[in-house]
Design a protein around this ligand. Structure first.
Ligand code: SAM
Ligand code: SF4
Length: 443
Protein backbone atom coordinates (compact mmCIF):
# COMPACT_ATOMS: atom_id res chain seq x y z
CA UNK A 1 0.00 0.00 0.00
CA UNK A 2 1.61 3.26 -1.12
CA UNK A 3 -1.34 5.65 -0.96
CA UNK A 4 -1.46 6.83 2.66
CA UNK A 5 -4.89 8.43 2.56
CA UNK A 6 -7.82 7.02 4.49
CA UNK A 7 -11.58 7.32 4.73
CA UNK A 8 -13.46 6.13 7.81
CA UNK A 9 -17.16 5.51 8.33
CA UNK A 10 -18.50 4.85 11.81
CA UNK A 11 -21.63 2.91 12.71
CA UNK A 12 -23.29 2.56 16.10
CA UNK A 13 -22.92 4.04 19.55
CA UNK A 14 -20.89 6.82 21.18
CA UNK A 15 -18.25 4.27 22.17
CA UNK A 16 -17.69 3.59 18.48
CA UNK A 17 -17.73 7.30 17.62
CA UNK A 18 -15.03 7.88 20.23
CA UNK A 19 -13.04 4.79 19.19
CA UNK A 20 -13.00 6.27 15.68
CA UNK A 21 -11.57 9.54 17.06
CA UNK A 22 -8.75 7.51 18.59
CA UNK A 23 -8.26 5.38 15.45
CA UNK A 24 -8.12 8.55 13.30
CA UNK A 25 -5.51 10.02 15.66
CA UNK A 26 -3.47 6.82 15.45
CA UNK A 27 -3.66 6.78 11.64
CA UNK A 28 -2.66 10.44 11.36
CA UNK A 29 0.24 9.83 13.76
CA UNK A 30 1.31 6.95 11.47
CA UNK A 31 1.55 9.35 8.51
CA UNK A 32 -1.93 8.96 7.01
CA UNK A 33 -4.17 11.80 5.79
CA UNK A 34 -7.95 11.67 6.20
CA UNK A 35 -10.08 12.25 3.08
CA UNK A 36 -13.80 12.90 2.72
CA UNK A 37 -14.86 10.11 0.34
CA UNK A 38 -14.09 6.40 0.03
CA UNK A 39 -13.46 6.94 -3.69
CA UNK A 40 -10.47 9.18 -3.00
CA UNK A 41 -8.94 7.01 -0.24
CA UNK A 42 -6.20 4.39 -0.39
CA UNK A 43 -7.42 2.82 2.87
CA UNK A 44 -11.14 2.50 3.57
CA UNK A 45 -12.02 1.77 7.21
CA UNK A 46 -15.44 0.72 8.49
CA UNK A 47 -15.88 0.91 12.26
CA UNK A 48 -18.81 -1.41 12.74
CA UNK A 49 -21.70 -2.15 15.09
CA UNK A 50 -23.36 -5.52 15.67
CA UNK A 51 -25.81 -4.66 18.45
CA UNK A 52 -28.75 -5.47 16.16
CA UNK A 53 -28.93 -7.38 12.90
CA UNK A 54 -29.76 -4.26 10.86
CA UNK A 55 -26.61 -2.48 12.07
CA UNK A 56 -24.53 -5.50 11.16
CA UNK A 57 -25.95 -5.75 7.64
CA UNK A 58 -24.95 -2.16 6.86
CA UNK A 59 -21.23 -2.91 6.66
CA UNK A 60 -21.72 -5.88 4.34
CA UNK A 61 -23.87 -3.69 2.14
CA UNK A 62 -21.10 -1.07 1.99
CA UNK A 63 -18.44 -3.68 1.23
CA UNK A 64 -20.63 -5.09 -1.52
CA UNK A 65 -21.01 -1.67 -3.13
CA UNK A 66 -17.26 -1.37 -3.40
CA UNK A 67 -16.72 -4.87 -4.67
CA UNK A 68 -18.63 -3.77 -7.77
CA UNK A 69 -17.49 -0.15 -7.93
CA UNK A 70 -14.07 1.30 -7.26
CA UNK A 71 -12.73 -1.45 -4.99
CA UNK A 72 -9.68 -2.22 -7.09
CA UNK A 73 -6.33 -1.09 -5.68
CA UNK A 74 -7.81 0.00 -2.36
CA UNK A 75 -7.21 -1.57 1.01
CA UNK A 76 -10.32 -2.29 3.10
CA UNK A 77 -10.40 -2.59 6.88
CA UNK A 78 -13.32 -3.77 8.99
CA UNK A 79 -12.88 -2.89 12.65
CA UNK A 80 -15.13 -2.85 15.73
CA UNK A 81 -17.93 -5.16 16.81
CA UNK A 82 -18.76 -6.93 13.52
CA UNK A 83 -15.04 -7.55 13.02
CA UNK A 84 -14.77 -9.16 16.44
CA UNK A 85 -17.96 -11.15 16.03
CA UNK A 86 -17.40 -12.45 12.49
CA UNK A 87 -13.58 -12.66 12.63
CA UNK A 88 -11.92 -14.33 9.66
CA UNK A 89 -15.31 -15.19 8.13
CA UNK A 90 -15.26 -11.59 6.85
CA UNK A 91 -12.40 -12.52 4.49
CA UNK A 92 -14.66 -15.19 2.97
CA UNK A 93 -17.73 -12.95 2.73
CA UNK A 94 -15.73 -10.00 1.38
CA UNK A 95 -12.39 -11.17 -0.06
CA UNK A 96 -11.29 -7.60 -0.81
CA UNK A 97 -10.95 -6.91 2.96
CA UNK A 98 -7.37 -6.99 4.28
CA UNK A 99 -7.72 -6.04 7.95
CA UNK A 100 -10.19 -7.37 10.52
CA UNK A 101 -9.71 -6.04 14.05
CA UNK A 102 -11.88 -5.81 17.18
CA UNK A 103 -11.70 -2.90 19.63
CA UNK A 104 -9.67 -4.91 22.17
CA UNK A 105 -6.80 -4.96 19.61
CA UNK A 106 -6.64 -1.25 18.75
CA UNK A 107 -3.45 -0.79 20.80
CA UNK A 108 -1.81 -3.00 18.11
CA UNK A 109 -3.09 -0.82 15.27
CA UNK A 110 0.27 0.80 14.38
CA UNK A 111 1.89 -2.62 13.98
CA UNK A 112 -1.07 -3.91 11.93
CA UNK A 113 -0.73 -0.87 9.64
CA UNK A 114 2.94 -1.71 9.06
CA UNK A 115 1.89 -5.21 7.95
CA UNK A 116 -0.71 -3.75 5.56
CA UNK A 117 1.85 -1.33 4.14
CA UNK A 118 4.19 -4.28 3.53
CA UNK A 119 1.45 -5.79 1.35
CA UNK A 120 -0.09 -8.32 3.76
CA UNK A 121 -3.52 -9.42 2.53
CA UNK A 122 -4.97 -10.93 5.71
CA UNK A 123 -4.17 -9.04 8.91
CA UNK A 124 -6.18 -9.76 12.06
CA UNK A 125 -6.48 -8.42 15.60
CA UNK A 126 -9.07 -10.62 17.24
CA UNK A 127 -7.82 -11.55 20.69
CA UNK A 128 -10.11 -10.57 23.58
CA UNK A 129 -7.59 -11.72 26.14
CA UNK A 130 -6.43 -8.30 27.28
CA UNK A 131 -6.22 -6.20 30.39
CA UNK A 132 -5.37 -3.08 28.42
CA UNK A 133 -7.53 -0.14 27.49
CA UNK A 134 -6.99 1.85 24.29
CA UNK A 135 -5.46 5.07 25.60
CA UNK A 136 -3.75 7.34 23.12
CA UNK A 137 -2.50 10.91 23.27
CA UNK A 138 -3.30 11.33 19.54
CA UNK A 139 -7.12 11.36 19.70
CA UNK A 140 -8.59 13.56 16.91
CA UNK A 141 -11.69 15.06 18.49
CA UNK A 142 -14.62 15.97 16.28
CA UNK A 143 -15.95 18.80 18.40
CA UNK A 144 -13.87 21.65 19.92
CA UNK A 145 -16.12 22.06 22.99
CA UNK A 146 -17.51 18.62 23.95
CA UNK A 147 -15.27 15.60 24.43
CA UNK A 148 -15.66 11.91 25.22
CA UNK A 149 -13.47 10.18 27.76
CA UNK A 150 -13.52 6.39 27.99
CA UNK A 151 -13.28 5.31 31.62
CA UNK A 152 -14.09 1.60 31.28
CA UNK A 153 -14.06 -0.81 28.35
CA UNK A 154 -15.82 -4.16 27.83
CA UNK A 155 -18.62 -5.65 29.91
CA UNK A 156 -18.80 -8.40 32.55
CA UNK A 157 -22.61 -8.65 32.56
CA UNK A 158 -24.34 -11.30 30.50
CA UNK A 159 -27.67 -9.87 29.45
CA UNK A 160 -29.32 -12.68 27.51
CA UNK A 161 -29.89 -10.60 24.35
CA UNK A 162 -26.58 -8.74 24.16
CA UNK A 163 -23.57 -9.30 21.98
CA UNK A 164 -21.32 -6.68 23.63
CA UNK A 165 -19.50 -9.02 26.07
CA UNK A 166 -18.50 -11.09 23.02
CA UNK A 167 -17.43 -8.13 20.89
CA UNK A 168 -15.77 -5.86 23.44
CA UNK A 169 -14.38 -8.40 25.86
CA UNK A 170 -14.13 -8.31 29.65
CA UNK A 171 -14.41 -5.16 31.74
CA UNK A 172 -11.22 -3.08 32.09
CA UNK A 173 -11.18 0.22 34.02
CA UNK A 174 -8.61 2.93 33.38
CA UNK A 175 -6.70 4.32 36.34
CA UNK A 176 -8.29 7.39 37.91
CA UNK A 177 -4.98 9.20 37.39
CA UNK A 178 -5.06 8.70 33.61
CA UNK A 179 -8.74 9.73 33.40
CA UNK A 180 -8.06 12.86 35.49
CA UNK A 181 -5.01 13.70 33.37
CA UNK A 182 -7.03 13.45 30.15
CA UNK A 183 -9.89 15.55 31.58
CA UNK A 184 -7.47 18.20 32.90
CA UNK A 185 -5.72 18.42 29.52
CA UNK A 186 -9.09 18.77 27.80
CA UNK A 187 -10.08 21.59 30.16
CA UNK A 188 -6.75 23.35 29.47
CA UNK A 189 -7.41 23.00 25.73
CA UNK A 190 -10.74 24.81 26.17
CA UNK A 191 -13.20 21.92 26.42
CA UNK A 192 -15.95 22.64 28.94
CA UNK A 193 -18.26 19.65 28.42
CA UNK A 194 -17.07 16.06 28.86
CA UNK A 195 -18.86 12.74 28.70
CA UNK A 196 -17.56 9.72 30.57
CA UNK A 197 -18.07 6.58 28.51
CA UNK A 198 -18.36 2.86 29.12
CA UNK A 199 -20.82 0.01 28.57
CA UNK A 200 -21.42 0.05 32.31
CA UNK A 201 -19.79 3.10 33.87
CA UNK A 202 -21.27 2.32 37.29
CA UNK A 203 -19.01 -0.70 37.71
CA UNK A 204 -15.92 1.51 37.22
CA UNK A 205 -13.26 0.46 39.67
CA UNK A 206 -9.97 2.31 39.74
CA UNK A 207 -7.22 -0.34 39.38
CA UNK A 208 -4.65 1.94 41.06
CA UNK A 209 -4.15 2.09 44.87
CA UNK A 210 -6.39 5.19 45.03
CA UNK A 211 -9.28 2.76 44.38
CA UNK A 212 -11.91 5.36 43.38
CA UNK A 213 -15.41 4.17 42.63
CA UNK A 214 -17.55 5.73 39.89
CA UNK A 215 -19.27 8.34 42.08
CA UNK A 216 -15.88 9.61 43.30
CA UNK A 217 -14.42 9.79 39.79
CA UNK A 218 -17.53 11.60 38.52
CA UNK A 219 -17.35 14.16 41.29
CA UNK A 220 -13.60 14.76 40.85
CA UNK A 221 -13.90 15.24 37.08
CA UNK A 222 -16.67 17.77 37.77
CA UNK A 223 -14.31 19.71 40.07
CA UNK A 224 -11.59 20.23 37.45
CA UNK A 225 -11.33 23.99 36.82
CA UNK A 226 -12.85 24.86 33.43
CA UNK A 227 -15.12 21.81 33.23
CA UNK A 228 -18.72 23.05 33.29
CA UNK A 229 -20.64 19.94 32.30
CA UNK A 230 -20.05 16.25 32.92
CA UNK A 231 -22.30 13.53 31.51
CA UNK A 232 -21.94 9.78 31.70
CA UNK A 233 -23.29 6.83 29.81
CA UNK A 234 -24.29 4.04 30.16
CA UNK A 235 -25.49 3.13 33.62
CA UNK A 236 -26.58 -0.35 34.66
CA UNK A 237 -29.36 -0.33 37.30
CA UNK A 238 -27.77 -3.20 39.25
CA UNK A 239 -24.59 -1.15 39.87
CA UNK A 240 -26.25 2.27 40.15
CA UNK A 241 -25.76 3.51 43.71
CA UNK A 242 -27.29 6.42 45.64
CA UNK A 243 -23.86 8.11 45.90
CA UNK A 244 -24.16 9.01 42.21
CA UNK A 245 -27.31 11.02 42.90
CA UNK A 246 -25.69 12.60 45.97
CA UNK A 247 -22.75 13.65 43.78
CA UNK A 248 -25.13 15.24 41.23
CA UNK A 249 -26.92 17.07 44.05
CA UNK A 250 -23.64 18.41 45.45
CA UNK A 251 -21.82 19.32 42.27
CA UNK A 252 -23.48 21.66 39.74
CA UNK A 253 -20.99 20.71 37.01
CA UNK A 254 -22.54 17.23 36.91
CA UNK A 255 -25.46 17.32 34.46
CA UNK A 256 -28.88 16.65 35.92
CA UNK A 257 -29.56 13.79 33.51
CA UNK A 258 -29.31 10.04 34.05
CA UNK A 259 -29.75 7.45 31.29
CA UNK A 260 -30.82 4.30 33.12
CA UNK A 261 -31.80 1.54 30.67
CA UNK A 262 -34.63 -0.59 32.05
CA UNK A 263 -35.33 -2.77 28.97
CA UNK A 264 -38.67 -4.08 30.35
CA UNK A 265 -41.25 -3.22 32.99
CA UNK A 266 -41.91 -6.89 33.76
CA UNK A 267 -39.79 -8.55 36.46
CA UNK A 268 -40.44 -11.89 34.76
CA UNK A 269 -38.91 -10.64 31.49
CA UNK A 270 -36.08 -8.91 33.37
CA UNK A 271 -35.29 -12.29 34.95
CA UNK A 272 -35.24 -14.01 31.55
CA UNK A 273 -33.05 -11.20 30.22
CA UNK A 274 -30.60 -11.81 33.11
CA UNK A 275 -30.66 -8.11 33.94
CA UNK A 276 -30.03 -8.84 37.66
CA UNK A 277 -32.72 -6.49 39.03
CA UNK A 278 -36.49 -6.54 39.49
CA UNK A 279 -38.91 -3.79 38.60
CA UNK A 280 -39.11 -2.81 42.29
CA UNK A 281 -35.34 -2.57 42.58
CA UNK A 282 -35.26 -0.42 39.45
CA UNK A 283 -38.02 1.80 40.83
CA UNK A 284 -36.01 2.36 44.01
CA UNK A 285 -33.31 4.02 41.86
CA UNK A 286 -35.96 6.12 40.12
CA UNK A 287 -37.21 7.25 43.53
CA UNK A 288 -33.67 8.36 44.50
CA UNK A 289 -33.63 10.52 41.40
CA UNK A 290 -37.11 11.92 41.88
CA UNK A 291 -36.25 12.68 45.51
CA UNK A 292 -33.06 14.58 44.58
CA UNK A 293 -32.74 18.31 45.20
CA UNK A 294 -31.95 18.91 41.54
CA UNK A 295 -34.53 18.20 38.85
CA UNK A 296 -32.92 15.14 37.24
CA UNK A 297 -34.04 14.15 33.73
CA UNK A 298 -34.37 10.39 33.36
CA UNK A 299 -34.07 8.53 30.04
CA UNK A 300 -34.03 4.83 29.23
CA UNK A 301 -33.80 2.01 26.67
CA UNK A 302 -36.70 -0.39 26.05
CA UNK A 303 -36.63 -3.70 24.17
CA UNK A 304 -39.97 -5.01 22.89
CA UNK A 305 -40.63 -8.56 21.74
CA UNK A 306 -38.02 -10.36 23.81
CA UNK A 307 -38.71 -14.13 23.50
CA UNK A 308 -41.63 -15.07 25.73
CA UNK A 309 -42.80 -11.47 26.31
CA UNK A 310 -46.57 -11.87 26.83
CA UNK A 311 -49.21 -9.21 26.38
CA UNK A 312 -49.26 -8.90 30.17
CA UNK A 313 -45.47 -8.35 30.27
CA UNK A 314 -45.80 -5.74 27.55
CA UNK A 315 -48.57 -3.97 29.47
CA UNK A 316 -46.21 -3.88 32.47
CA UNK A 317 -43.69 -1.97 30.32
CA UNK A 318 -46.38 0.53 29.27
CA UNK A 319 -47.40 0.91 32.89
CA UNK A 320 -43.76 1.60 33.82
CA UNK A 321 -43.61 4.38 31.22
CA UNK A 322 -46.63 6.01 32.88
CA UNK A 323 -45.16 5.53 36.33
CA UNK A 324 -41.68 6.95 35.58
CA UNK A 325 -42.62 9.50 32.92
CA UNK A 326 -39.26 9.38 31.16
CA UNK A 327 -37.94 12.53 29.53
CA UNK A 328 -36.94 10.49 26.49
CA UNK A 329 -36.28 6.88 25.52
CA UNK A 330 -34.76 4.66 22.86
CA UNK A 331 -36.97 1.75 21.86
CA UNK A 332 -35.75 -1.36 20.06
CA UNK A 333 -37.31 -4.47 18.63
CA UNK A 334 -35.53 -7.51 20.02
CA UNK A 335 -32.97 -8.71 17.48
CA UNK A 336 -31.51 -12.23 17.87
CA UNK A 337 -27.71 -12.04 18.16
CA UNK A 338 -25.05 -14.73 17.75
CA UNK A 339 -23.62 -16.42 20.87
CA UNK A 340 -26.27 -14.94 23.19
CA UNK A 341 -28.40 -16.96 25.64
CA UNK A 342 -31.69 -15.63 24.24
CA UNK A 343 -30.98 -17.21 20.87
CA UNK A 344 -32.04 -20.61 22.23
CA UNK A 345 -35.16 -19.32 24.01
CA UNK A 346 -38.61 -20.45 22.95
CA UNK A 347 -41.70 -18.37 22.19
CA UNK A 348 -40.23 -16.02 19.66
CA UNK A 349 -42.39 -12.96 18.96
CA UNK A 350 -43.29 -12.31 15.31
CA UNK A 351 -41.92 -9.26 13.48
CA UNK A 352 -45.48 -7.92 13.05
CA UNK A 353 -46.12 -8.14 16.77
CA UNK A 354 -42.79 -6.46 17.59
CA UNK A 355 -43.73 -3.65 15.19
CA UNK A 356 -47.13 -3.29 16.85
CA UNK A 357 -45.57 -3.12 20.31
CA UNK A 358 -42.83 -0.64 19.40
CA UNK A 359 -45.40 1.66 17.81
CA UNK A 360 -47.51 1.62 20.96
CA UNK A 361 -44.44 2.37 23.11
CA UNK A 362 -43.41 5.25 20.85
CA UNK A 363 -46.89 6.73 20.74
CA UNK A 364 -47.27 6.62 24.51
CA UNK A 365 -43.82 8.11 25.02
CA UNK A 366 -44.49 10.89 22.53
CA UNK A 367 -47.52 11.99 24.55
CA UNK A 368 -45.45 11.88 27.76
CA UNK A 369 -42.71 14.00 26.18
CA UNK A 370 -45.17 16.59 24.86
CA UNK A 371 -46.58 16.85 28.38
CA UNK A 372 -43.20 17.07 30.10
CA UNK A 373 -41.67 19.48 27.60
CA UNK A 374 -44.74 21.75 27.74
CA UNK A 375 -44.22 21.98 31.48
CA UNK A 376 -40.94 23.79 30.78
CA UNK A 377 -42.55 26.70 28.90
CA UNK A 378 -41.72 29.92 30.72
CA UNK A 379 -38.68 28.52 32.55
CA UNK A 380 -35.13 29.72 31.95
CA UNK A 381 -32.61 27.04 31.04
CA UNK A 382 -28.88 27.41 30.57
CA UNK A 383 -27.84 25.91 27.23
CA UNK A 384 -24.49 25.11 25.75
CA UNK A 385 -24.58 26.37 22.16
CA UNK A 386 -23.80 23.57 19.72
CA UNK A 387 -24.28 25.32 16.40
CA UNK A 388 -26.59 27.34 14.23
CA UNK A 389 -29.48 26.51 11.93
CA UNK A 390 -29.19 29.24 9.31
CA UNK A 391 -32.37 28.20 7.52
CA UNK A 392 -34.43 28.79 10.67
CA UNK A 393 -32.28 31.68 11.95
CA UNK A 394 -31.89 29.78 15.24
CA UNK A 395 -29.03 28.75 17.47
CA UNK A 396 -28.99 25.11 18.55
CA UNK A 397 -28.49 24.64 22.28
CA UNK A 398 -28.46 21.75 24.73
CA UNK A 399 -29.67 21.94 28.31
CA UNK A 400 -28.03 20.22 31.26
CA UNK A 401 -30.96 17.78 31.15
CA UNK A 402 -29.87 16.91 27.59
CA UNK A 403 -32.80 18.55 25.82
CA UNK A 404 -32.32 20.34 22.54
CA UNK A 405 -33.39 23.97 22.98
CA UNK A 406 -33.24 26.04 19.78
CA UNK A 407 -33.30 29.78 20.33
CA UNK A 408 -33.08 33.20 18.76
CA UNK A 409 -31.00 36.16 19.82
CA UNK A 410 -31.84 38.72 17.16
CA UNK A 411 -29.68 41.62 18.32
CA UNK A 412 -26.47 39.61 17.94
CA UNK A 413 -27.10 37.27 15.05
CA UNK A 414 -23.79 36.88 13.29
CA UNK A 415 -21.82 36.82 16.53
CA UNK A 416 -20.21 33.39 17.05
CA UNK A 417 -21.96 31.74 19.99
CA UNK A 418 -20.96 28.11 19.46
CA UNK A 419 -19.39 26.66 22.60
CA UNK A 420 -20.81 29.44 24.82
CA UNK A 421 -23.28 29.06 27.71
CA UNK A 422 -26.45 31.10 27.34
CA UNK A 423 -29.61 31.54 29.44
CA UNK A 424 -32.71 30.91 27.33
CA UNK A 425 -36.40 31.32 28.16
CA UNK A 426 -38.49 28.44 26.80
CA UNK A 427 -41.37 29.72 24.68
CA UNK A 428 -42.57 26.62 22.79
CA UNK A 429 -42.33 22.85 23.22
CA UNK A 430 -42.54 19.89 20.87
CA UNK A 431 -42.12 16.19 21.66
CA UNK A 432 -38.40 16.17 20.87
CA UNK A 433 -37.16 19.72 21.36
CA UNK A 434 -37.86 23.14 22.79
CA UNK A 435 -37.78 26.62 21.29
CA UNK A 436 -36.89 29.79 23.16
CA UNK A 437 -35.20 33.17 23.24
CA UNK A 438 -31.97 34.24 24.82
CA UNK A 439 -32.60 36.41 27.87
CA UNK A 440 -29.31 37.70 29.18
CA UNK A 441 -25.59 38.00 28.74
CA UNK A 442 -23.46 35.25 27.25
CA UNK A 443 -20.64 33.58 29.20
N1 SAM B 1 -24.37 -1.25 28.10
C1 SAM B 1 -25.51 -0.50 27.90
C2 SAM B 1 -26.66 -1.06 28.74
O1 SAM B 1 -26.48 -2.01 29.49
O2 SAM B 1 -27.72 -0.52 28.70
C3 SAM B 1 -25.84 -0.33 26.44
C4 SAM B 1 -25.83 -1.51 25.56
S1 SAM B 1 -26.42 -1.32 23.93
C5 SAM B 1 -25.13 -0.53 23.09
C6 SAM B 1 -27.68 -0.13 23.93
C7 SAM B 1 -29.06 -0.71 23.94
O3 SAM B 1 -29.28 -1.53 22.82
C8 SAM B 1 -29.39 -1.59 25.12
O4 SAM B 1 -29.67 -0.88 26.27
C9 SAM B 1 -30.58 -2.35 24.61
O5 SAM B 1 -31.78 -1.66 24.85
C10 SAM B 1 -30.35 -2.40 23.11
N2 SAM B 1 -30.00 -3.76 22.67
C11 SAM B 1 -28.90 -4.47 22.98
N3 SAM B 1 -28.96 -5.70 22.42
C12 SAM B 1 -30.12 -5.75 21.72
C13 SAM B 1 -30.75 -6.76 20.93
N4 SAM B 1 -30.20 -7.95 20.74
N5 SAM B 1 -31.95 -6.46 20.36
C14 SAM B 1 -32.53 -5.25 20.55
N6 SAM B 1 -31.98 -4.28 21.29
C15 SAM B 1 -30.79 -4.52 21.87
FE1 SF4 C 1 -24.92 -5.59 26.94
FE2 SF4 C 1 -25.97 -5.93 29.35
FE3 SF4 C 1 -23.34 -5.41 29.09
FE4 SF4 C 1 -25.14 -3.50 28.57
S1 SF4 C 1 -24.76 -4.49 30.56
S2 SF4 C 1 -23.37 -4.05 27.32
S3 SF4 C 1 -26.84 -4.63 27.69
S4 SF4 C 1 -24.40 -7.25 28.41
Amino acid sequence: MTDKTFYIETFGCQMNAHDSEKVIGTLVHSGYTQVETPESAGLVVYNTCSIRDKAEQKVFHRLDQFKRATGKGKVFAVIGCVAQQEGERIFEKAPHVSLVAGSASYTRLPEMLVQLEAGARRVTGLSLDTEETFDTPFTRRDNPHRAYITIIEGCDKSCAYCVVPFTRGPERSRTSESVMREATELARAGYTDVQLLGQNVNSYHDPSPAGWDFATLLDRVGRIPGIRRVRFTTSHPRDFVKEIIDAIDENPALCNHVHLPVQSGSSRVLGRMQRLYTRDEYMRRIEWMKGARRNIAITTDIIVGFPGETEEDFQATLDLLDQVEYDSLFSFKYSPRPNTAALAMEDKISEEEKTRRIMIVNEKQRAIQIRRNSGLIGTIEEVMVEGRNEALGQWIGRTSQNRTLNFTRPETDGEPLTGKYVPVRVTRAGPNSLVGECVMSVV
